[in-house]
Design a protein around this ligand. Structure first.
Ligand code: PMP
Length: 406
């Protein structure tokens, strides 16, 4: 089924505005996606009808809010095909999910001399928590490299794996290069050695159908706001066998079973990892966002975004002096590039004045920028509400930037 883009655009109120007296073109979807009316309405509905703290009350509203919250957990379980709702932990985003795993996994499993493998293409959120945990525990962080297309080097991964490796933490999709990593292969390889794999799914869930049982990954972390859901929402998926073993990340209300003067017993899964009052309104919005994505169909979304990517890549390639970063055949819908000698920031400023939102800079991936020996890139990242005509506008804006800056 092909998507009706005009109808989809009508679902996103924010897209219908003028910026510098031009129609807004939003190509910063890898940073955060816009929200359909359905999501905004779900938040409003929650506050107008159901608002209450959850899990604690016997009264009508508390029970209603709790049921809605737990229903959302079931939806997310189905969305990523987890085995059980016990494996779905709500967080405030991918960053918190990744910190949770790094902290708890580190405490439980990492000792002096152990090794964790990550990659050079990671977002700081899937790099710094591992780096710091390894420093604290006297472990070593091994960093997997990439080839000239921006793909992970699996032969190097085979060489890095050894009896000291305790975990591999890599991204599903690179937020800078767009590369869709061969994560199923990586999981297969790691499991041959009995090593668990964490996937940073922040850029995965919004573009691709994700089936955690099929991937067989041990942890999958993502943010709501990059998948059309509200800010401050996220998920940490973990296999139950690990979540049972890991110590809690934060302590306080909700995550306890019994508290005594000298010790505390912890709640069962998933509540053991959900200390304090959660972002219930956000989770209501996330449930609505998932319903919206499912209605469009993740396969349809992926197919349309691939067309956008192909068109943008072709059009951009015709611009003299453009250099792409990330040319893997298997890519999500974003392009990172530098135009001749023009600093990405200067290009971004001029493109912005044309009403087009692109991102410039290091994209929270400084180790990758150092590896590529560049200060940053211009990144245009597409969503299913973007159009080929908008891509044409970007090309015109780049020509203008070139004319002004060279
Ligand atoms: N990982 C990747 C690959 C990302 O792109 C991002 C966000 N740019 C994050 C992690 C962190 O997500 P958040 O800021 O929503 O926690």
């Amino acid at each position: 089924m092909s998507l009706n883009i005009e109808q989809i655009r009508a679902d996103f109120p924010i897209l219908h505005q003028q910026i510098y007296r031009r129609p807004l073109i939003y190509f910063d979807n890898a940073a955060s996606t816009q929200k359909p009316r359905l999501v905004i309405d779900a938040i409003r509905h929650y506050y107008e009808h159901d608002n209450c703290n959850i899990h604690r009350g016997v009264h009508y509203l508390s029970v209603k809010a709790t049921e809605a919250y737990e229903e959302a957990r079931k939806e997310i379980q189905r969305f990523i095909n987890a085995k059980s709702t016990h494996e779905i932990i709500f967080t405030k985003g991918a960053t918190e999910s990744l910190n949770l795993v790094a902290s708890s996994f580190g405490k439980r499993y990492i000792q002096r001399g152990d090794e964790v493998i990550t990659s050079i293409m990671e977002h700081h959120s899937n790099f710094v928590p591992w780096q710091q945990m390894c420093l604290e525990r006297g472990a070593t962080l091994r960093v997997l490299g990439i080839n000239e297309h921006g793909e992970l080097d699996l032969d190097e991964l085979k060489d890095l794996l050894n009896e000291k490796t305790r975990l591999i933490a890599v991204t599903h999709v690179s937020n800078v290069l767009g590369t869709i990593n061969p994560v199923k292969e990586i999981v297969g390889l790691a499991h041959q050695h009995g090593i668990p794999v964490l996937l940073d799914g922040a850029q995965g869930v919004s573009h691709l159908p994700v089936d955690v049982q099929d991937l067989d990954c041990d942890f999958y972390c993502f943010s709501g706001h990059k998948m059309y859901a509200p800010m401050g929402t996220g998920v940490m998926y973990g296999k139950e066998k690990y979540l049972e073993e890991l110590p809690p990340y934060q302590l306080g209300g909700e995550m306890i079973k019994d508290v005594y003067l000298d010790h505390t017993t912890f709640n069962e899964l998933p509540f053991k990892f959900e200390a304090g009052t959660p972002n219930v309104e956000g989770v209501m919005g996330m449930k609505a966002a998932i319903a919206y994505l499912q209605q469009l169909g993740m396969d349809n979304i992926a197919a349309y975004e691939e067309r956008l990517l192909k068109y943008a890549t072709e059009q951009l390639s015709a611009i003299e002096g453009i250099k792409f970063y990330g040319t893997a055949p298997h890519k999500a819908s974003l392009v990172s590039f530098i135009i001749g000698d023009i600093h990405p920031y200067d290009a971004g400023m001029i493109i912005d004045k044309m009403g087009i939102a692109v991102r410039t800079g290091h994209h929270c991936a400084m180790p990758l920028m150092d590896f590529l020996k560049i200060p940053g890139t211009v990144r245009a990242s597409f969503a299913f509400y973007n159009t080929m005509e908008e891509v044409d506008q970007l090309i015109a804006a780049i020509h203008k930037a070139k004319a002004m800056l060279t």
